[in-house]
Design a protein around this ligand. Structure first.
Ligand code: A2P
Length: 336
């Protein structure tokens, strides 16, 4: 069995990768429709050795399409995901538009595939920073429970999209050639800099990105009690988010036992031999679908405290690959 699949936002950083991941993972695509804005008419993108034309997204785009992967921003999703669903298409949406809607499953396959239920129409792909954190923490949550998480992220520019990748490249080139630095995407120079500002600031002093980590973690773990305090930081890295994750578990567990559990956990690779300079780094995670965990150690400053370092490719596991993995489950369970 194969499916007629659409990628919405096909020309973007994540959309483009969705096409590549569909091919890599041999998802049973019968026909592939590439959709973007009118600006992209005339462009074409490679899939399985052929160039496919990019079409303009319209209300009629989803006729006969069975599965649509959306990554064109919340506004596009809010408008077109319901239109696609109405046309009988199952939508996996990478934007934040529907994530906190109680009727919409928010899914990380390794963590809560059961949340897909029997008749999903729109499924939300969580925020990139949330995905890698819950993949790493789920086995610990299952083993001993987690009371509180304090997380600081070090997030790559690819999460902002193509223009941000270009901005970092341009600034690095400008600086090395002694030209004045210009910026368009970020509020500060990103080359050789970092800033604790991802998404808009809210009344509570946190940013949108930080609150996504709080609310999405609670929804995915189905645990409204779990306490999360996040600080999200943009760093001059192209691909791969890193996270310093500090947790308080409900029951005691040793660092050794955590290493053992995580070694057998789906989607996780333990990279934890600091004496040999082995700990996760973004350049190692980039291009893979694994969540790398290392620096696992007891935090003696609090009862049942643990600290660790978690790294994953934010546009693969954090976005495109997670979406395709959801699609694989939909196909396997006859939900498309
Ligand atoms: P386009 O290239 O035609 O502007 P990124 O997150 O890397 O910036 O990519 C955003 C993606 O979303 C691009 O593929 C972009 O298409 C697409 N997009 C943005 N706005 C719209 C829109 N109004 N309709 C369709 N696609 C859109």
């Amino acid at each position: 069995k194969s499916f007629r699949v659409a990628v919405v936002g096909a020309t973007g950083a994540v959309g483009n990768l969705m096409i590549q991941v569909l091919e890599e993972r041999s998802f049973p695509v019968g026909e592939l429709k590439l959709l973007a804005s009118a600006r992209s008419i005339g462009k074409s993108l490679p899939y399985k050795g052929r160039m496919l034309p990019v079409e303009e997204l319209t209300e009629k785009s989803f006729r006969g399409v069975q599965l649509a992967l959306f990554s064109a921003g919340s506004g596009v999703s809010r408008k077109f995901a319901p239109i696609a669903a109405e046309a009988g298409c199952v939508v996996v949406d990478n934007s934040s538009a529907f994530r906190m809607d109680p009727r919409i499953p928010l899914v990380v396959p390794e963590v809560n595939a059961h949340a897909l239920g029997d008749h999903p129409t729109i499924i939300a792909n969580p925020n990139c920073s949330t995905i890698q954190m819950v993949v790493a923490l789920k086995p610990i949550q299952d083993a001993v429970g987690i009371r509180r998480i304090v997380v600081t992220t070090f997030q790559a520019v690819s999460g902002t999209g193509k223009r941000a990748i270009e901005e970092l490249r341009r600034q690095v080139a400008d600086l090395s050639e002694g030209r004045e630095v210009t910026r368009e995407v970020y509020p500060h120079q990103i080359a050789f800099n970092c800033f604790p500002h991802i998404g808009a600031f809210l009344d509570n002093g946190f940013t949108e990105e930080e609150m996504k980590m709080v609310n999405e973690t609670r929804k995915i773990f189905e645990d409204p009690e779990i306490q999360v305090c996040a600080t999200t930081v943009r760093v001059p890295v192209y691909f791969g988010h890193s996270e310093s994750v500090n947790i308080e578990t409900r029951a005691p567990i040793s660092a050794e036992r955590v290493r053992e559990i995580l070694s057998g956990a789906p989607g996780v690779i333990v990279v934890d031999d600091p004496g040999q300079h082995r700990y996760p780094v973004p350049l190692q995670a980039a291009g893979t679908d694994d969540t790398l965990v290392g620096r696992i150690r007891m935090d003696p400053s609090v009862e049942n405290g643990l600290a660790m370092w978690v790294v994953a490719d934010n546009i693969r596991k954090g976005a495109a690959s997670n979406a395709v993995q959801i699609a694989e489950i939909l196909a396997a369970r006859n939900l498309i």
